[in-house]
Design a binder for this molecule. Structure first.
Ligand code: GLC
Length: 424
């Protein structure tokens, strides 16, 4: 209540008793926003929403959820199926729109002209049967983070192929360990059995010429020799250039090893850039970012397209306030805040020309072309089945990485499982 009182008394005309009636009449609400807790998102949230709270008199409570998008999806799907009226807004992954669309309010009218300021392809990814079911708040495309100091020390170039990355990581890891750096690893990434592994493995496969699991026209393409070779190479990493524990890593575990100075290379999203240059980071100023490598002689790098949006629940009891908050979070002001404080890639086109963002977070203008060419996961062609498709894929990949199955058999079985699932 306190800031609402401040707001009205500043005008100096409304006595406190009248103000209490006014705010009740206006229906000041406490809005509940659920979001995964990765990086600086939770810490920055109060600052991010403060201008909107100040303007509207409403307040927002952030309920932090697990970092894993797979776990968030499972929870949200249950809440939405039960018509949960306690959650007003959901922060949603770019891949979820087709599966959750029925539970969300169409935001096209409320967003109005704001829609035109976003990249059209991102708006399209959140449009289901003509309804804009979520408003984009940031997009995502990963980078190869590399330790500039270590590459210089050993006269090594930034690797452009997965094969080079494997050799360079091993060479530096061996040399540094012989020099007493016993905790150093060559390469950290996300090998846990969850959505993040779908992203990593799609990159190995696509950048090796092995397609994108299920193509845009619905063809199941994953069972092919280039995909098998890509997984065979990755299966060599756990226990050699990557810790065995990488099979349980998500984004934050990889960042933890990297940011304490214990990895030569890391695959991660741009949120790790700002944090890696933070005052408490052991790698501050010591690293660079490059597009992910390619494999098997293929010449096109592949970054999985990620990104987050905000959706208003149909079961919200404060729908107008929730819609207003969604529009604010997708606005230029909020996206600039996120760009500066969380290194999130904006979905508003003009922010790529913003001088302050370019100066403080140079990865952002650099990454515009990377995300514009990023590879989508097959959520559009498989619609209602995406989560199940991804689960089959990351489970198959995980069994190859842990040595339980060889890549050729795992992908042949996966193809059959996908056919079974998609034929009904
Ligand atoms: C990032 C991406 C998201 C993806 C997730 C996987 O948060 O933005 O799209 O699903 O990583 O871990």
């Amino acid at each position: 209540m306190s800031h609402k009182i401040r707001k009205f008394t500043l005008k100096g005309t409304v006595p406190v008793a009248a103000l209490l009636i006014t705010t009740t009449t206006l229906g000041a609400a406490d809005i509940t926003y659920v979001s995964g807790a990765t990086g600086a998102a939770v810490e920055n949230f109060a600052t991010l929403v403060a201008p909107w709270e100040e303007l509207t008199g409403h307040t927002v409570t952030l309920v932090p959820m697990p970092s894993s998008t797979t776990d968030q999806f499972g929870q949200y799907r249950l809440w939405l199926a039960a018509g949960n009226g306690d959650v007003d807004l959901y922060q949603t992954d770019v891949i979820w729109a087709p599966q959750l669309a029925d539970h969300f309010v169409d935001l096209s009218q409320a967003a109005g002209d704001l829609v035109k300021r976003h990249f059209p392809s991102i708006i399209e990814s959140q449009t289901v049967d003509g309804h804009l079911v979520a408003l984009p708040i940031y997009t995502d495309a990963p980078a190869l983070y590399y330790r500039r100091d270590l590459l210089e020390k050993y006269g090594a170039a930034v690797p452009t192929t997965w094969e080079d990355l494997t050799t360079t990581a091993q060479m530096i890891q061996d040399a540094e360990r012989a020099d007493g750096q016993s905790d150093l690893w060559g390469f950290v990434w996300q090998g846990n059995a969850y959505e993040g592994l779908t992203c990593n493995a799609l990159e190995w496969v696509k950048s090796s010429g092995g397609g994108q699991i299920i193509e845009a026209d619905g063809t199941i393409s994953i069972n092919n020799p280039a995909a098998v070779a890509a997984l065979d190479l990755a299966a060599q990493w756990p226990g050699t250039i990557s810790p065995e524990g990488v099979l349980a890593y998500q984004e934050e575990e990889a960042r933890g090893v990297w940011q304490t100075g214990n990895a030569v290379f890391m695959r991660n999203w741009p949120y790790a850039y700002g944090l890696g240059n933070g005052a408490d980071s052991a790698v501050k100023g010591l690293f660079g970012v490059a597009p992910l490598p390619t494999g098997q002689g293929h010449d096109m790098s592949a970054a999985t397209l990620g990104g987050w949006n905000v959706a208003v629940s149909k079961y919200s009891k404060h729908q107008d306030a929730a819609i207003s908050l969604a529009v604010y979070l997708a606005s230029e002001e909020a996206q600039k805040n996120r760009a500066l404080n969380e290194t999130s890639l904006p979905t508003i086109m003009s922010l790529y020309e913003d001088a302050e963002i370019a100066e403080r977070q140079p990865i952002i203008p650099l990454w515009k072309d990377v995300f514009l060419q990023a590879v989508p996961r097959p959520s559009a062609p498989v619609r209602q089945d995406y989560n199940e498709v991804s689960t089959l894929f990351f489970s198959a990949v995980h069994s190859v990485l842990s040595g339980d199955e060889d890549a050729a058999n795992a992908l042949a079985e996966l193809e059959l499982d996908l056919e079974d699932m998609l034929e009904d």
